[in-house]
Ligand binder design. Structure first.
Ligand code: NAD
Length: 475
């Protein structure tokens, strides 16, 4: 099978192709167009040409088309989920029950929102100021390989809803569902050129896209290293940067132990641990640390690793051989730094025969970790938990904040005052109290420090996809 770019509503061939493989089996799934500056330029031109008519359409018409796209995604959940699981190794129970349905919700939600864009008024006795919101123009939307379909739609939906046009570039490691998104958008009646999809590598396709002078805004989700490169290459543009994380999961000794344990397991091991908001540094107060560590390790050892297409599987393969090597390198590093690997690790996974070429890693738990170790400071992005004991509230806050990142955070305590104090003190874009990561599409999603710039979600998406204009009228 060949996957082409989608430029101006037409499948467009490339000079070169790369292979995308199933990380559970190494089977080649498709040959995919490998974009270059030339194809990127054609896609940006198509988006630029389509912009005036799309921006001029009444919001209610754009909303109807986006709703239709949401319906088409809903109708195609089984196929999209199957393809996403084969392309990424994310388990079918996640893709079919949560991630692909959430992609449909993204369109329904922003369809509604774009008909309700409001403004502000600032009246004085001599002047009346009011704001108008205009679409920005051509937007570059760049998505990573983890949860690629949901992430792409999280960008495409507000971008198009607010009257912009887009060039979407998926990760070279997970391109398949995006090409279906382009086709479904056409089927929904979204005009050619409004959503263009270009495939390829970051250097060859991503960089010319963000640097293109006709691109006005860049919405990027990916690593902090790439985010920094993009800001340098792109020059002066609007940015939304959703970057890496190493989020603290803080459990006080008065917490609801069983619920905290469930949530801690979920936040590090679901989505194969390849989750930006993973609670990867688990701080546990000393009075409950030993019991918690023992129970956590027992639970981790019971998680089913294997065929991601099997409903019962909790942990599928890592996305690529290179990523598997990276995760393994941290499993080797931890003991050298002085941490104890209580379970998991190299060679400890048994998977079905047909999967023995897959990029599997058993859920791993490091105990008695020091927060300054590299395993606690660097984003591993796999099923690897670090358990760190702490004494009191002040120390928990200090350790939680002793990190370059600031994406998400989790606090578990039955003491309401402490919950609010710690939530306020943690340096992160999001804090969940007595809860795992639960998304409301109105909330500002994003991070601080090395985890990003800007927020998306609800009216927060105005920041990147709309341009406010102040009109000042003399009375
Ligand atoms: P990555 O930075 O390697 O790649 C992301 C995308 O950027 C890919 O499409 C890639 O082709 C492209 N790219 C690479 N170099 C580029 C360049 N020079 N110019 C333009 N584009 C370029 O990230 P990844 O490995 O695909 O994804 C994992 C990372 O994403 C993790 O750090 C994770 O935390 C982060 N992430 C963040 C969020 C969030 O919302 N904050 C969500 C999901 C993933």
């Amino acid at each position: 099978m060949r996957i082409e770019h989608l430029i101006n509503g037409k499948p467009t061939a490339a000079r070169h192709y790369f292979e995308t493989v199933n990380p559970a089996t190494q089977e080649v799934l498709a040959e995919v167009a490998s974009g270059t500056a030339q194809e990127v330029d054609a896609a940006v031109r198509a988006a630029k040409d389509a912009f005036p008519a799309w921006a001029a359409r009444p919001a209610v018409e754009r909303a109807n088309l986006l709703r239709k796209l949401g319906e088409l995604i809903s109708k195609n959940v089984p196929e999209l989920a199957d393809i996403e699981t084969r392309d990424t190794g994310q388990t079918i129970s996640q893709t079919r029950n949560q991630l692909v349905p959430r992609a449909a919700d993204n369109f329904t939600y922003f369809a509604e929102m774009c008909t309700r864009v409001d403004g502000h008024t600032y009246p004085t006795q001599s002047h009346l100021n009011y704001t108008l919101f205009h679409p920005v123009g051509v937007c570059a939307l760049i998505s990573p390989w983890n949860v690629p379909f949901m992430t792409a739609t999280w960008k495409v939906a507000p971008c198009l809803a607010f009257g912009n046009t887009a060039v979407l570039k998926m990760s070279e490691l997970s391109p398949l569902t995006a090409s279906m998104l382009g086709q479904l958008a056409l089927e929904a009646g979204i005009p050619a050129g409004v959503l263009n999809v270009v495939h390829g590598y970051g250097k060859d396709a991503g960089e010319p896209l963000v640097a293109h002078p006709d691109v006005r805004a860049v919405s990027f989700t990916g690593s902090t290293v790439t985010g920094n490169r993009i800001v340098q290459a792109a020059g002066l543009k609007k940015f939304s940067m959703e970057l890496g994380g190493k989020s603290p999961f803080v459990i006080f000794d008065d917490a609801d132990f069983e619920r905290a344990l469930d949530a801690a397991i979920f936040m590090i091991f679901s989505n194969n641990g390849e989750r930006c908001t993973a609670g990867s540094r688990i701080f546990v107060q000393k009075a409950i640390y030993a019991t918690f560590a023992q129970r956590f390790v027992e639970r981790a050892q019971r998680l089913t690793v294997g065929d991601p297409l099997d409903e019962r599987t909790v942990i599928g393969p890592m996305i690529s051989r290179a990523h598997l090597a990276k995760v393994r390198s941290y499993l080797e590093l931890g003991p050298k730094e002085g941490a104890t690997l209580a379970c998991g690790g190299i060679g400890s996974t048994s998977v079905p025969e047909a999967m023995n070429q897959g990029n599997f890693v058993a859920p791993a738990v490091f105990v008695d970790v020091d927060n300054r170790m590299r395993i606690a400071q660097e984003e591993i992005f796999g099923p690897v938990a670090c358990l760190i004991p702490f004494d009191d509230e002040a120390q928990a806050i200090r350790l939680a904040n002793d990190i370059a990142y600031g994406l998400s955070s989790y606090v578990w305590t039955e003491n309401a005052g402490r919950a609010h104090r710690v939530a306020a003190a943690i340096e992160a874009g999001m804090c969940f109290v007595n809860s795992q990561n639960v998304r409301d599409l109105r909330q500002p999603f994003g991070g601080t420090k090395a985890s990003g710039v800007g927020r998306e979600g609800g009216t927060w998406s105005y920041e990147v996809f709309l341009e406010p204009k102040n009109v000042c009228v003399s009375l």
